[in-house]
Write a protein that binds this ligand. Structure first.
Ligand code: UT7
Length: 341
């Protein structure tokens, strides 16, 4: 019997430490004015020395499970999509599965760059649709500041740490996930990469001195790809769902740059007030930015059953993805609780 998959709980977590633009002015040749006018970022969160991506993921996961009123032992699957796993293996998802007590769940990691949460949502939903799974926990957790070159002003002002999670469960067809579109353009892989530390380039002290253990990005090239690609992938998903841009209640997009959010909104013909923006307080948290933004509006009570939510991601790979949901969760009731930490 075919069925749909929907989000029945949302949670997120950001570390306590805040790094402001003023702090960065003391570290590299930059200014609050440049960062705000070029990106919209005002501050970002930095994981504590003893916090790895799994620690952030565990917090987000527990909050999502609590919101869904689902016990960890009832989960069938834990998926973590991250660019910054605790280590190459074991999978961060297995570390989370153990820590939260998801004793009956399988677990695996995915790596889809900043599009990660969209890829993970689509994957998790298919396990529910095809495998009759009851509950799937989907998480994105990133500690990008661990792979940041703090001497490179063109990247170090952009990134932050955080995690977000959603619990998926079966629902009636026509509710929850209506459609998705996933794309990748491997020919642009060199525009955003972590060159060292994998099987291609083993790290040596010389390579570390050259920051080959840190993220490298051709920002302006990615900017152009994103602004062109986002409306196209979003339209593909909207058309598949049979939904028009005018029907979209909220766009939950990867938070890389406020100018990208604005340009994409304009090209899609969706008013700015429907484009969720959290970049000012969290910066670019890669795959975590979409669930952090989702949790932000959800906990503000801004999502209602029947709303059409358009998720859009873009990033390392180069990957692009969009997903259209007919929202089914009642508005979060405890609006006084802090959204993410
Ligand atoms: O999340 C994954 C996907 N990533 C993205 O989507 C990132 C997309 N790209 C971007 O968001 C933007 O391209 C950036 C924010 C990365 C850069 O903004 P931009 O407006 O494209 O700046 P730019 O790289 O073209 O640099 C303009 C100028 C340069 O100086 P000159 O050559 O004009 O004299 C840079 O050296 O700004 C300079 N600059 C800075 N100045 C002060 C670059 N970084 C900084 C800085 N502070 N932090």
């Amino acid at each position: 019997m075919p069925c749909g998959a929907t989000i029945c709980g949302v949670g997120s977590y950001v570390p306590e430490r805040i790094l402001t633009n003023a702090d960065l002015e003391q570290m590299v040749d930059t200014s609050d004015e440049w960062i705000v006018s070029h990106t919209g970022i005002r501050e970002r969160r930095i994981a504590a020395d003893n916090q790895a991506s799994s620690d952030l993921a565990i917090m987000a996961a527990q909050r999502a499970l609590q919101d869904a009123a689902v016990r960890p032992e009832d989960l069938n699957l834990v998926i973590v999509n991250t660019l910054t796993p605790d280590m190459s293996f074991p999978a961060t998802a297995c570390l989370v599965e153990d820590a939260i007590g998801a004793t009956n769940a399988g677990a695996f990691d995915m790596s889809s760059g900043c599009t990660g949460f969209i890829y993970a949502l689509a994957t998790g939903a298919n396990f529910i649709r095809i495998q009759d799974y009851e509950y799937v926990l989907v998480i994105s957790a990133e500690t990008l500041t661990r792979i940041t070159n703090w001497t490179d002003r063109s990247t170090c002002v952009l990134f932050g740490d955080g995690a977000g999670a959603a619990v998926l469960k079966p629902c009636r067809e026509g509710e929850g996930l209506l459609s998705y579109a996933l794309e990748s353009y491997g020919e642009h892989g060199d525009l955003l990469m972590l060159p060292g530390g994998g099987s291609r380039l083993r790290l040596t002290p010389e390579l570390i001195a050259q920051h080959k253990d840190c993220l490298e990005m051709e920002g302006p090239e990615i900017f152009k790809l994103a602004v062109r690609g986002i409306p196209a992938v979003a339209k593909t998903a909207l058309d598949k769902a049979g939904v028009s841009a005018a029907q979209v209640t909220a766009v939950v997009m990867h938070q890389a740059n406020k100018r990208i959010l604005d340009a994409a909104g304009q090209r899609l013909g969706i008013p700015t007030e429907r484009i969720v923006c959290t970049i000012d307080k969290y910066g670019n948290t890669s795959a975590s930015s979409v669930p952090l933004a989702l949790d932000d509006i959800y906990r503000r009570g801004q999502l209602h059953p029947g709303d059409i939510v358009l998720f859009v991601g873009f990033g390392a790979g180069f990957t692009l993805g969009a997903a259209v949901f007919r929202w089914t969760l009642e508005p979060f009731s405890n609006t006084t609780s802090a959204p993410a930490h």
